[in-house]
Ligand binder design. Structure first.
Ligand SMILES: CC(C)(COP(=O)(O)OP(=O)(O)OC[C@H]1O[C@@H](n2cnc3c(N)ncnc32)[C@H](O)[C@@H]1OP(=O)(O)O)[C@@H](O)C(=O)NCCC(=O)NCCS
Length: 247
C-alpha cells in the first residue's frame, strides 16, 4: 500500500494564497445527502444545467459535489462567499475566475476520477490530473498511440506488475502539463515526454515549442489513485491537504 494518508493532512483553518506556494486539496465526491444539500447551495444556473446532462444520478451527484467543493475551497482561501464566484472558460475550456475581480489573481485547476476530485490553487498557472489505477484492455496499444517511442520502451521494460501504475503516471503527467497550458488533450500527447517508472521523480523531459520552466510533481491523493501537478518554477512549494469541508 502506498502512503497516501501520511502525505495529505486535513486542511488547516487559516490557509490563504501565498506567493510561490501551491495548495492541493483532495475531496471525496461521494458525500452524504446532507453534505450534498449544503454543497449545492451556491451553484450557478450554468452548473445546474451541466448537472442535468448526466445520464446517471451517481455521476450527476458527483459533478454537483465537485463544483460545490470547488466553490467552498476558493471561498475559504479568498474569504469571499462561495456563491459570488463567476467562472469563464479559455479557448479549450480551461476555467478561471471571472468575478469577483479581487479573486482574479488566483489560478486553479481541478480533476476528478471515480470517487475523488483534486483541486490545485496558486498565484501562477497550473494544471492537475488524477486517475484511479485500474485495469485497462489494450494498454500497450493505447500507449503506442499516445506515448512517445521512448516512453513506450520504458513502459515495456518494466516488470508486468508495475506497468499499470507507470501507464497512469505517464498519462496524468502529460494531461497535467496540457491542462496547465490550457490546451487539454489533443493529438500532441506523444510529443510531450515525461518520466513514468513507479518510484522515479516526476519529470517533464521534453515539450514542443514551450520555453517556460514547468515543473511536474506526482500526487498520491488516495490508495489506488495517482495524480500529477504541473506548475511554474516560481511556485515550487506544494502543500497537499484533505478537504472534508471548511475547517
Ligand atoms: C481538459 C480535459 C483534458 C479534461 O479531461 P478529463 O480527463 O475528462 O477530465 P478531468 O477530470 O481531468 O478534468 C476536468 C476539469 O478540467 C478543467 N478543464 C476543462 N478544460 C480544460 C482545459 N482545456 N485546460 C485545463 N483544464 C480544463 C475543468 O475544470 C474540468 O472540470 P469541470 O468538468 O468540473 O468543469 C479534456 O476535457 C480536454 O481535452 N479538453 C480540451 C479539448 C479540446 O478542445 N482540445 C482541443 C485541443 S486542439
Amino acid at each position: 500500500m502506498r502512503p497516501a494518508d501520511v502525505l495529505w493532512n486535513a486542511a488547516p483553518g487559516a490557509l490563504k494564497p501565498v506567493e510561490g506556494e501551491v495548495n492541493v486539496f483532495c475531496a471525496s465526491l461521494d458525500v452524504s445527502p446532507n453534505r450534498l444539500e449544503e454543497l449545492v447551495q451556491p451553484l450557478s444556473d450554468d452548473e445546474w444545467q451541466r448537472a442535468g446532462r448526466f445520464h446517471l444520478e451517481r455521476d450527476r451527484q458527483r459533478f454537483l459535489a465537485g463544483r460545490g467543493t470547488l466553490r467552498e475551497i476558493l471561498g475559504m482561501l479568498l474569504k469571499v462567499k462561495s456563491a459570488s464566484f463567476v467562472f469563464s472558460n479559455g479557448e479549450f475550456g480551461k476555467p478561471k475566475i471571472a468575478a469577483p475581480v479581487a479573486a482574479h489573481s488566483l489560478h486553479f485547476n481541478l480533476a476528478h476520477s471515480d470517487t475523488i476530485a483534486v483541486y490545485a490553487t496558486a498565484q501562477h498557472a497550473l494544471g492537475v490530473d488524477v486517475e484511479r489505477i485500474r485495469a485497462m484492455g489494450e494498454t500497450e496499444q493505447i500507449a503506442s498511440r499516445f506515448f512517445s517511442p521512448r516512453e513506450v520502451r520504458c513502459l515495456l521494460a518494466l516488470p508486468a506488475e508495475q506497468r499499470r501504475e507507470a501507464f497512469f503516471n505517464c498519462w496524468t503527467r502529460k494531461e497535467a502539463y496540457l491542462k496547465a497550458i490550457g490546451l487539454g488533450l489533443d493529438d500532441c500527447l506523444d510529443q510531450i515526454e515525461v518520466s513514468l517508472a513507479p518510484g522515479e521523480a516526476a519529470e517533464l523531459l521534453g515539450v514542443p515549442n514551450d520555453s517556460r520552466p514547468w515543473l511536474l510533481r506526482s500526487l498520491i491523493p488516495a490508495a489506488e489513485f495517482v495524480g500529477a501537478l504541473a506548475i511554474q518554477q516560481e511556485a515550487s512549494r506544494v502543500n497537499c491537504w484533505k478537504w472534508n469541508g471548511p475547517p
